[in-house]
Each structure stands twice: as C-alpha cells, then as structure tokens.
Design a protein around this ligand. Structure first.
Ligand code: ADP
Ligand code: MG
Length: 321
C-alpha cells in the first residue's frame, strides 16, 4: 500500500456539504465561500505526551484533536466550513489508522466540518488540523473589543481539563467513580460553537480557554488595553472537580489549568438581558465572574491584589525549540 492508497482508504470521504466543490484527491480542495462572509482559519498541532497520552485510544485522540482545533472557530463566532489534516506517522498501523480516521470523520460529521485535504508523511507522530470557518463580514468576535464597564463571563464550568489530566495521569485513580466523567471531559471537550455564533453583536470580546482562564482573560485585557477585576469565588466548578480536591486546588485548576475550551467573553452591561435570553435558548450556563476596568492585568476582587496571569506556555522553562 502506498501513500495514495492509504489516503484513499482512511481519509477520502464523499461529503454532501454544499460549499465543498472538490474534496480530497486533487492538488487543492475547492470551497465556495458565501458572499459577505470572511474566512476564519486556524491550525492546531497535537503531539503525543504533550497534548494527549500516546497510548490513548486512537478514536479519542482524533476526537480531542478535532474539538480542540474547532474551538478556535467557536471563539471567533464562526461557522465551521471544512478542515485539512497534516499527519506525521512513525509507521502504517492499520488498526490505529482505522480507529483514528473513524473518530475524525465522526467528529467532522457531528460538527458539519468535512475533511477536504491534507498531507501525510512518515515521521514522529504529530497531528495538525487546520479549521476553516465563515463569519459575516465585520462580525467576528475578537480579543480586542473589551471596554471599561463590560462584564466578564465564562460558559460552562472551569478546571475540568486540568482535573482530568490529574485523574487520568494517576493510575491509582483507575477505579474512581469520576474517571469516566473526566475521560469524556478530556477527550471530548465541548467546542461552544452555537454560543460563539449567538454572541456576535452581543459580546465585545471573546476567547476560548485553552491555557487557563487567567492567561486567556489576560489576552483579552492586553489586546483591548484594559484590566479586569475577577471574582475568584464566582468561578463555576463541576461537582466532580469539587469532589477531587480542596477549594484552593479547584481554583488553581480553574485559573491556571487550561484545556477547558469554554468561552470567556465580555458583554456591555446594557446587553445583560439579551445574554440571559441567549443562554436560556441554548440551555447553557454562563456565569458572570468579573468586570473590565481601566489599567492592565487581573485583580482579585476579594483581596484587591494582582492575580498572576500564569497559564500554560510551551516555552516557559526553555527558550529553545
Ligand atoms: P500534493 O503532492 O499535490 O500536495 P498529496 O500527494 O500530498 O498532494 O495528497 C494527495 C491528496 O490527498 C490531496 O488532495 C491532499 O489534500 C490529500 N491528503 C493527503 N493527506 C491527507 C490526509 N491525511 N487527510 C486528508 N487528505 C489528505
Ligand atoms: Mg500537488
């Protein structure tokens, strides 16, 4: 089997997506971009033992890769259009590829974001997914629009990503009751696509929480030239995370843990009711956790002290690649 057979077997699929004129098999895919829309695209690379456990089931590796990558479209308020996959494989492992590609196509179908092309090479395992989406011209949610007086919100709960990593890394916790919950939270984070789209024209700024709330809200503050006061006691934490650690650890997870893929966004106070309506319609929890103020960085509402922006940074310890 050569590279082309492999692509045909595992990655070429017919799609009835209306905007896909030509998918896998030519030098480029051809996509129709709707009029009056901007193309939103972003790429994420996942590496074994950095972004997933190398012995994880291949199906859930694919699901995690897909959901992590598409979360950036949610953060911009974009609608998924299609994706491409750059895959580096150490060898041709058919059972692995079969499960991996099934997980990928299943996610593509779920989020209406078909795989239309890619690249396949031999090398250390590496998975890069580029996501493409569309957003009405001028309506994308950027990091840079937060204004003094806006309220800061997060969707869902925070800290599960970090708690999951702790639980799944701990062989001792194998039989714990919360393990299935955290397995799902880790491998199937929920990209908040519907919320992102509903926040167009409503949120002044938005980001998806991949590196921890403090760091990611810090990005909104820096891009917007503002600061934020954060009510740490208001951070929404799942009952499962609450059952696994003391309050200090829970808050550490929520603020600095990352991997939650919830949205953090700012909304003018005048649109508070409109936001409540959106949350109700989508049956989603959104929690006010602070407000935008003049200045820079984050301040703890309780103590008035600055909060570290922390956050995960691949180059924190070592500046070399
Ligand atoms: P080229 O040499 O023109 O870049 P390739 O030989 O790399 O093309 O790929 C052949 C076709 O298969 C192209 O349409 C490419 O987009 C697609 N493709 C390659 N690898 C993948 C993959 N992992 N997933 C999806 N499509 C792929
Ligand atoms: Mg070519």
């Amino acid at each position: 089997m050569d590279e082309f057979d492999l692509i045909a077997l595992y990655f070429k699929r017919d799609t009835d997506h209306q905007q896909v004129t030509l998918g896998v098999g030519d030098d480029c895919a051809l996509i129709t971009v709707p009029p009056d829309c901007e193309l939103a695209f972003s790429i994420d690379t996942l590496l074994p033992d950095v972004h997933f456990f190398s012995d994880s089931p291949p199906r859930v590796i694919a699901e995690r890769a897909f959901r992590v990558a598409i979360s950036d479209l949610a953060a911009m308020g974009a609608e998924p259009l299609c994706c491409t996959l750059a895959l580096s494989l150490p060898n041709v492992d058919h059972p692995w590829l079969g499960e991996f590609s099934e997980g990928l196509h299943e996610s593509a179908a779920r989020f209406a974001c078909p795989l239309v092309g890619g690249d396949t090479v031999r090398g250390p395992l590496s998975i890069s997914l580029q996501m493409q989406g569309t957003v009405p011209k001028g309506k994308a949610l950027k990091r840079s629009g937060a204004k003094v007086g806006d309220e800061v919100y997060v969707s869902g709960v925070l800290g599960d990503g970090a708690a999951a990593l702790a639980v799944l890394s701990d062989a001792m916790a194998d039989n714990s009751k919360t393990r299935p919950y955290f397995f799902t939270r880790y491998y199937q984070p929920q990209p908040q696509l519907a919320l992102g789209q509903a926040l167009r024209g409503l949120a002044s700024a938005a980001i998806d929480i991949s590196d921890g709330l403090a760091g990611d809200l810090g990005h909104i503050c820096r891009a917007s030239g503002v600061g934020a006061v954060l009510d740490v006691s208001a951070l929404p934490i799942s009952l499962s995370a609450q059952s696994r650690a003391d309050i200090a650890q829970q808050r550490q997870w929520a603020l600095y843990g990352g991997d939650d893929y919830e949205l953090c966004f700012t909304v003018p106070q005048s649109k508070r009711d409109q936001l409540a309506q959106v949350a109700q319609t989508l049956a989603l929890h959104v929690t006010p956790i602070g407000r935008i103020v003049e200045g820079a960085g984050l301040v703890d509402a309780a103590s008035g002290e600055p909060l570290s922006l922390g956050g995960y940074n691949h180059f924190n310890q070592d500046d070399s690649l």
